[in-house]
Every structure is written in structure tokens, then in C-alpha cells.
Design a protein around this ligand. Structure first.
Ligand code: ZN
Length: 60
């Protein structure tokens, strides 16, 4: 996966341009709005669309 232009903070859904990307994955990220710096709490725009799409699905 190519480096995205920005990562979206899942805590406040704000795009952050402050992040480190290596070997196709997110190493470090920092949200200037809420101070979140947990890479697991960031998603690329593409990832976020997939998350939203999967939340809409009823897996029951
Ligand atoms: Zn945030």
C-alpha cells in the first residue's frame, strides 16, 4: 500500500499530516487536535471507508 496523503484520527476524525509511514504501514502518528498518538487509532481515508462499509453490514 502506498503512503496516504494523510491519516485520519479515529478519536476526533480529523486528518493529520504528521505521521511516519514505512514498509506499507503506519509507524507513528500524532493528532494536533486531540493529542492522540496511538498508530492503532489512525486510519487512511481508504481504511476508514472500509470501516464504515463494514459497520453497515449485518453479520448476524
Ligand atoms: Zn484526534
Amino acid at each position: 500500500m502506498a503512503q496516504p496523503e494523510y491519516m485520519i484520527c479515529l478519536e476526533c476524525e480529523t486528518p493529520s499530516y504528521v505521521f511516519e509511514w514505512q514498509d506499507g504501514r503506519l509507524l507513528e502518528a500524532h493528532c494536533p487536535i486531540c493529542g492522540n498518538d496511538d498508530p492503532a487509532s489512525f486510519a487512511s481515508e481508504e481504511d476508514l471507508e472500509e470501516l464504515i462499509a463494514s459497520e453497515d453490514k449485518d453479520e448476524g
